[in-house]
Unconditional design. Structure first.
Length: 472
């Protein structure tokens, strides 16, 4: 069912009857989650073996079998608001510093300057919660990659609706900023958010290409962002003090993809990307780490995601007949691509990255062609309680990155709950947060990264994407 919009806000929703029309600043041709790429060219020069210079894989850790308890917003049981606030305040006052950093060795940029932690006000000590307070979702709500954006927005919406039900004197709105997955629209949308003083935080941007365009404007305005899905490694290397992400970057996912693929028995592997910022970044990590796992790169190509016919690449792969194909891009073209591979008789393993984790992949490929495909993702399977609440709210199963978006929204709400109502104090609170969500524990380093992460493998069986399992 559709949830009620929060009071005194501009709630923008997506597909009727679930959501009203999103904000779109200018019409644009729908695009699969990135600006229309140039004609396919040879992939970027792969980085050296073992990952980019100075690359150190992020630590991984299994997720607990039962979702951890947290402050209740009407969903999980056993967490108390006062205890959560007290714990966060105590941590900041006692430790007074930042968690350790993570090195991925991407582009050289000025170091990120972390805001100094300051004593945080509680709701009773600070000013009254202002009317019209809003968060914004930034990402695709229409276009070929809309499913990923809708998943994220609705996960955030669920958290905010629960907050509003429990906090009638401090209502928070959610505005949808529809990028259509097109980085060319990102700057104008970001400027819209910057100029709206009631927006105190951004959940997103959802994709890496639009993040590179929008985040410099957010940095200049001091508008904090928590992305649940943008995984390009060097997003954390731009010196942005407002940047945080709730999932692992491609420096963690790429080596796990290589390890998983070789672990299926594959020795020769073709790696294909969609020429997007995200696709090239993830594919290059896979290419550079295959040999570490005992695999050999047999074919390396980029395809045009706007194309319908991939016969040139498909025939090249079929001719070489590698043991496996790894694809890094988004679900719509991935479905067309694997179907064409199966149509010419290719029977090898098909492994894809997190941009493919959507039922739209199976729909585009057909259940026969998609059968047995494996999709890796730094996103956790939806906990049972969350999945039930999500389906009751929106009439559909929780999709990829939806639980991470729920956690991202609750990270902002923790800051508001502690009496922070302006962009600067919210950013300082988030940068120093120590918070247990439904997907993992959140504690950001000075670059906005999580120190401990996990990567999951989701298999397509019987025409459906099955729950993910941690790649050890």
């Amino acid at each position: 069912m559709e949830t009620d919009a929060p009071a005194a806000t501009t709630q923008v929703v997506v597909t009727p009857p679930v959501v009203p029309p999103p904000v779109v600043l200018a019409p644009a041709e729908p695009d699969p989650a990135e600006p229309t790429p140039p004609p396919p060219t040879a992939p970027a020069e792969p980085v050296g073996a073992g990952g980019p210079p100075g690359f150190e894989p992020m630590a991984t850790v299994p997720l607990a079998e039962e979702p951890p308890t947290r402050r209740s917003r009407g969903l999980l049981v056993g967490a108390v608001v006062a205890a959560a606030v007290a714990a966060a305040v105590a941590f900041l006052l006692v430790n007074g510093g930042d968690p350790g950093g993570l090195s991925t060795g991407a582009t050289t940029v000025p170091p990120r300057t972390q805001p100094s932690p300051t004593p945080l006000a509680t709701p009773s000590e600070g000013p009254a919660c202002p009317e019209g307070l809003k968060l914004a979702f930034f990402g695709a709500l229409t276009g070929d990659s809309a499913s990923l954006g809708v998943n994220i927005k609705q996960g955030a919406e669920l958290a905010i609706d629960e907050w509003n039900e429990e906090n009638p004197d401090c209502q928070v709105g959610l505005e949808g900023l529809d990028s259509q997955g097109d980085a060319a629209q990102a700057s104008a949308l970001a400027q819209h958010a910057v100029e709206d003083g009631s927006i105190v935080g951004v959940i997103g941007p959802a994709f890496s290409g639009e993040s590179l365009q929008a985040n410099p404007l957010f940095e200049e305005a001091g508008l904090p962002v928590v992305t649940p899905s943008a995984t390009r490694i060097d997003l954390a290397d731009q010196g942005w003090t407002i940047f945080h992400r709730t999932i692992a970057n491609d420096a963690a996912q790429g080596p796990r993809m290589a390890k998983y693929t070789v672990g299926t028995g594959a020795t020769t592997v073709a790696v294909i990307d969609d020429a997007s910022e995200y696709g090239i970044g993830l594919a290059d990590v896979v290419r550079s780490t295959l040999s570490d796992e005992g695999g050999t790169l047999s074919t390396s190509e980029s395809i045009d995601p706007a194309a319908q016919d991939y016969s040139a690449t498909v025939n090249k792969i079929a001719g070489g007949n590698p043991d496996a194909v790894v694809y890094c891009g988004y679900y719509a073209e991935a479905g067309r691509f694997v179907k064409q591979l199966r149509d010419v008789g290719y029977e090898g393993t098909f492994v894809a990255g997190d941009g493919v984790l959507d039922p739209g992949f199976v729909a585009a490929a057909g259940s026969d062609a998609a059968e047995g495909a494996v999709i890796t993702c730094p996103c956790a399977p939806a906990p049972d309680d969350y999945g039930t609440a999500y389906e009751e709210a929106f009439g559909q199963a929780a999709g990829s990155y939806s639980p991470e978006a729920y956690d991202a929204a609750n990270i902002f709400l923790e800051a508001i709950n502690a009496g922070n109502y302006d962009r600067g104090s919210i950013n300082t609170f988030i940068s120093n947060i120590d918070y247990q969500g439904i997907t993992k524990h959140f504690k950001f380093d000075e670059r906005g990264e999580l120190a401990v992460v996990a990567i999951y493998a989701y298999r397509v069986e019987g025409g459906e994407i099955q729950p993910g399992e941690i790649i050890e």
